[in-house]
Design a protein around this ligand. Structure first.
Ligand SMILES: Nc1ncnc2c1ncn2[C@@H]1O[C@H](COP(=O)(O)OP(=O)(O)OP(=O)(O)O)[C@@H](O)[C@H]1O
Length: 410
C-alpha cells in the first residue's frame, strides 16, 4: 500500500523589498515580490508501507523544505502530497516547543497537536519520561535545555505511539551514543511492525544500515532514486572535491575530541565486575593501533565454568565485534582455583573507523556452543563508551573495517 505519494511538488519562496511590502501583499495590494527563489521543482516519489527511504543532498538542496511540506508545516507552491496515515516527525531541534513550558508540559502540548487525547497522553507520560531520560530537567523549562536534551524529549514524543510514517532529520545525530542506539532500536522495532521511514542524513553508514532506498536531491530536484549504494556513489561523484576538503576538516574536529564522553552509563555495580577500562598507549585509541580492554572480575569461584563476553557497537547500534572467553578457548575456571579475582586482558587491532563506540560486557556459565550458555550470571550491558581517533598517518579509507588493503601495480 502506498503510504505517501508526492506528485509534482514545487516550492518557491518570495522575497519582498521590505516588511511593509509583505504586509501590503497580505491585504491584496498589488505589490510584486522582489525575487522568487525556487527551492523545490517537480518532486515526485512514492513510499510504500514499511519502506525506509533516505534523503541525501548537499546543504541547501531542499531536504528540510521537502520534509516540512510532507508534514504539512509548509504548503507547496504547486503539486500534491498525499499521506495515508499518521506522521510523526523529528525536524529541526525542538521545532514547535514552547521554551517557557517544561518538558512535561511540552509533551502534553505537542502530543495534543498530534491528535492524542488527555487521557492517552497521561497514560503514556511515564514511558515518554523514561525514554527521554533527562532526569529532573523534564520538569524544567525547555529554554534551559542543552541541544541533546531537546532531541531526547522531541524523539520521546515522536515515538511514543507507533506512527505510520516516521520522519527523522539530522537532529538525531546530536544525541549521545547510548541515546542514538536506543533510538535506532526503536526505529527498527517500528519498522518491523510496518512503519515507513523517511531519514534525512549526511551519515552514509547510518543510511545503509536503516534504509532500503534513497533519493538524491540536487538543486531542489530529484536527481536520482535508487539503492543506498547507488545514491552514495552518485553523491561521491558529484561532490568528490568538497568531500576531500571536508575530510581534512573532519580530521581536525576529531582530533580535538579527546575530551571524555559523558553518557548516562549504568554504574558498574555488578557483584562480579569490579572494573573495566579501554586503553591504548597514551590513553586514547588511535586507528591502526593495538588497543586493550581490561576487565576485572570477582566472586566467580562458585560457578562451574564462568565465561566473560564483550560486544562493541557503533552509534547505530551495529555490532562491530563480539566474542567471549569460551570462543577464545580461555577458561577462567583455571585461574579461579587459587584466587577469587581474575583479570582479563584483551588486545585487539583498532581496525574500526574513527568515532564513538560502546563496550558491553556480560558473564555466563557453562558454555555449550558458540554463543550458547546454560546460565546468565551477569546480563550483557553497556558499561563503557570509548572514542577512536583518526590516524592521519594511515592511508585514507572509508567503510566499516580497515582491511589494510595492499595495492601493487604490475
Ligand atoms: N523561509 C524561507 N525563505 C526563503 N528561502 C528559504 C526559506 N527556507 C529555506 N529557504 C532556502 O531554501 C533552500 C533549501 O533549504 P533547505 O533548508 O530545505 O535545504 P537542506 O537541503 O535541508 O539544507 P541543509 O542540509 O543545510 O539543512 C536554501 O537555499 C534556503 O536558503
Amino acid at each position: 500500500m502506498t503510504i505517501l505519494s508526492v506528485r509534482g511538488v514545487g516550492k518557491a519562496f518570495r522575497g519582498y523589498r521590505s516588511e511593509w511590502h509583505r504586509f501590503a501583499r497580505w491585504f491584496g495590494l498589488p505589490i510584486n515580490p522582489v525575487v522568487e527563489s525556487r527551492v523545490l521543482n517537480n518532486i515526485s516519489f512514492d513510499i510504500k508501507s514499511g519502506e525506509a527511504i533516505g534523503i541525501v543532498g548537499q546543504n541547501g538542496a531542499g531536504k528540510s523544505t521537502l520534509l516540512k511540506i510532507i508534514t504539512g508545516t509548509l504548503q507547496p507552491t504547486e503539486g500534491v502530497c498525499k499521506v495515508n496515515g499518521r506522521i510523526a516527525a523529528i525536524l529541526e531541534l525542538g521545532m514547535g516547543f514552547n521554551p517557557d513550558l517544561t518538558g512535561r508540559e511540552n509533551v502534553r502540548h505537542a502530543a495534543g497537536l498530534m491528535g492524542h487525547g488527555v487521557r492517552k497522553i497521561d497514560d503514556a507520560m511515564a514511558i515518554i519520561e523514561e525514554f527521554a531520560d533527562v532526569g529532573v530537567h523534564f520538569d524544567y523549562p525547555v529554554r534551559t535545555y542543552s541541544t541533546g536534551m531537546y532531541v531526547r524529549v522531541a524523539f520521546a514524543i515522536a515515538i511514543a505511539w507507533r506512527p505510520d510514517i516516521l520522519i527523522v532529520d539530522e537532529a538525531l545525530s546530536v544525541g549521545d551514543i547510548l541515546f542514538q542506539q536506543k533510538c535506532m532500536k526503536k526505529i527498527q522495532e517500528y519498522r518491523s511492525k510496518g512503519t515507513s521511514l523517511i531519514f534525512v542524513t549526511h551519515d552514509f553508514s547510518t543510511l545503509t544500515t536503516i534504509c532500503d532506498q534513497a533519493l538524491l536531491l540536487s538543486d531542489g530536484k530529484v536527481k536520482r532514486k535508487g539503492t543506498c549504494k547507488e545514491i552514495i556513489e552518485e553523491y561521491f561523484n558529484d561532490h568528490s572535491n568538497e568531500l576531500e576538503i571536508n575530510q581534512k576538516t573532519d580530521k581536525n574536529v576529531i582530533l580535538d575530541e579527546k575530551k571524555p564522553v559523558s553518557c548516562n552509563l549504568p554504574r558498574i555495580h555488578s557483584k562480579y565486575i569490579s572494573d573495566i577500562s579501554v586503553v591504548s598507549n597514551n590513553g586514547v585509541l588511535v586507528e591502526g593501533d593495538i588497543g586493550r580492554i581490561i576487565i576485572r572480575c570477582k566472586g566467580l569461584s562458585s560457578f562451574k565454568d564462568p565465561h566473560v563476553g564483550i560486544r562493541i557497537q557503533n552509534r547505530q547500534g551495529t555490532i562491530c565485534y563480539e566474542t567471549n572467553t569460551f570462543c577464545q578457548k580461555k577458561y577462567l575456571r583455571k585461574c579461579l582455583r587459587t584466587d577469587d579475582y581474575v583479570r582479563i586482558d584483551i588486545k585487539f587491532n583498532v581496525n574500526l573507523p574513527a568515532g564513538e563506540y560502546t563496550l558491553a560486557v556480560g558473564i555466563e556459565n557453562i558454555g555449550s556452543g558458540k554463543g550458547v550458555f546454560e546460565q546468565i550470571i551477569c546480563p550483557t550491558a553497556v558499561l563503557k563508551t570509548f572514542q577512536i581517533i583518526k590516524n592521519e598517518k594511515l592511508n585514507v579509507w572509508s567503510g566499516s573495517t580497515n582491511l589494510h588493503a595492499h595495492f601493487e601495480l604490475k
